[in-house]
Write a protein that binds this ligand. Structure first.
Ligand code: DOR
Length: 442
């Protein structure tokens, strides 16, 4: 049947053959034919296309969605660009990423939103700029949210910093609640980097046994938890959605769980480093392990994992934060926080979490797509006429992490030399292969 369909599609079709299709509806053995941006056929009897991608032994899944990446453009193109970040994303299986606004200048006005949108044209994945909640991320004046929502911004966040002033956050939530109609009925959500500055000031890692031993200033768990607590209260007060970014403590997970049980419209994400690494990693003062919020204790790691398993946490988001070697070579208390994440996230989830593949994909594809309001294009079922944003995963292959082999000009992966299981083989954006057999095509 597919040969006939392919014949009427002169721009070229791609047949993904021999794999197991996995989406929110479950899994089944079938070939997939794509072309003109869409899925054409899903057929257990096989398909023929102008080009063929081998998927034998692999999973054919919706492309992954990352709610939290730092692409450093404009301002720090020596660390990452939209182009290199999107390439790394595609290599990691992502077909959509949400770019954080802590660029230089910050993404806080229409001109910078448009600049990032323009830079994204032709990139290896769809890049959705988020915008700051406050001008310059300074926590005082609200950005022109309505204007930015009209440009397509769905997520507003001062990420890198939390909004400290409760009244400013309350007003932002009230304002955001009225904006959905401006973005085609898609959701607009405020996302919070939860950190109370007065408590985290002077801290460079988690406050606890290891910070005492190492003589480094600590950031207590409560610096995060107080803001989670406040924003749950503000969600209750305003009725507005709040998305909690990179949760790192057991207390935060418990509060979000209780808020969800109470029916509040809150969602949350966690980063792979917070379910795989602890503050003990900082023992040698290696700045590759410096990150905000910091690596916490084993008990916190367990709580994050439990939150991912029981649905308290909606999404795995990388917090991909490239920094140049020169910046990371500074002393621990002077080096910038952050770690690469795009090319290791899926393998870490597959290697470290005891979750069935459908649950991993829920956390990395359709649930984050829903949080970002892009679930009309990403995280879709794999069925005829649906957008063909897909990744093909080899779940059994093992490989060794190497920062030098990554697409980013930065090298700051905390997993250097680690053996992981599961790797992306092909990625297709709007039916075009952007990664084939682990090699970027753009
Ligand atoms: O570790 C971090 N790095 N946390 C943040 O909040 C910001 C990010 C960055 O931009 O480097």
């Amino acid at each position: 049947m597919s040969a006939g369909l392919a014949a009427v599609r002169p721009h070229g079709t791609v047949a993904i053959r021999g794999g197991t299709v996995v989406d929110a509806g479950g899994s089944r053995q079938a070939d997939v034919l794509v072309g003109d941006g869409r899925v054409i056929a899903v057929d257990p009897a096989g398909v023929e296309g102008d080009r063929t991608l081998d998927a034998s032994g692999c999973l054919v899944a919706p492309g992954l969605v990352d709610l939290h990446v730092h692409l450093r453009q404009p301002g720090r193109e020596d660390a990452e660009t939209v182009e290199t970040g999107a390439r790394g994303a595609a290599l990691g299986g992502f077909t959509a990423v949400v770019a954080m606004p802590n660029t230089d200048p910050a993404i806080d006005c229409a001109a910078v939103v448009r600049e990032v949108q323009d830079l994204s044209a032709g990139a290896c994945c769809d890049v959705y700029p988020s915008a700051a909640i406050t001008v310059g991320r300074r926590g005082v004046d609200l950005v022109p949210m309505a204007e930015l929502a009209r440009l397509g911004v769905r997520i507003f966040t001062d990420d890198g910093a939390g909004v400290q002033d409760s009244q400013v956050m309350r007003r932002a939530l009230e304002y955001a609640a009225g904006l959905d109609h401006l973005s085609g009925g898609r959701r607009v959500v405020l996302a919070q980097h939860c950190e109370v500055d007065e408590l985290s000031a002077g801290g460079h890692m988690h406050e606890g046994e290891w910070s005492s031993r190492l003589g480094l200033g600590g950031q207590p768990s409560e610096a995060e938890e107080l803001m989670v607590m406040r924003d749950i209260a503000l969600s209750r007060l305003t009725g507005s959605r709040v998305h909690f970014q990179h949760l790192s403590t057991a207390g935060s997970v418990a509060m979000v769980r209780a808020a969800k049980e109470a029916g509040l419209p809150v969602t949350a994400e966690a980063a792979p480093h917070h379910f795989t690494l602890t503050d003990a990693c900082c023992a040698d003062y290696d700045t590759v392990f410096k990150v905000h919020p910091p690596l916490r204790t084993g008990a916190d790691v367990d709580a994050i994992r439990a939150g991912l398993v029981d649905g308290t946490i909606d999404a795995i988001a990388t917090d991909h934060a490239p920094h140049t070697s020169a910046d990371k070579e500074r002393p621990f208390d002077a080096a910038p926080p952050g770690m690469l994440g795009l090319e290791t996230a899926l393998a870490l989830a597959l290697t470290e979490l005891e979750l069935p593949i459908e649950r991993v994909l829920a956390l990395m594809a359709w649930q984050p797509a829903a949080v970002a309001g892009i679930d009309d294009r990403h995280g879709r079922p794999i069925a005829p006429d649906e957008p063909a944003n897909l990744c093909v995963i080899d779940p059994g292959v093992t490989w060794t992490v190497s920062g030098a082999a990554m697409a980013s000009p930065s090298r700051n992966t905390p997993y250097e030399g680690r053996e992981l299981r599961g790797r992306v083989r092909h990625t297709l954006l709007a039916s075009e292969p952007v990664v084939i057999d682990g090699e970027p095509q753009r």
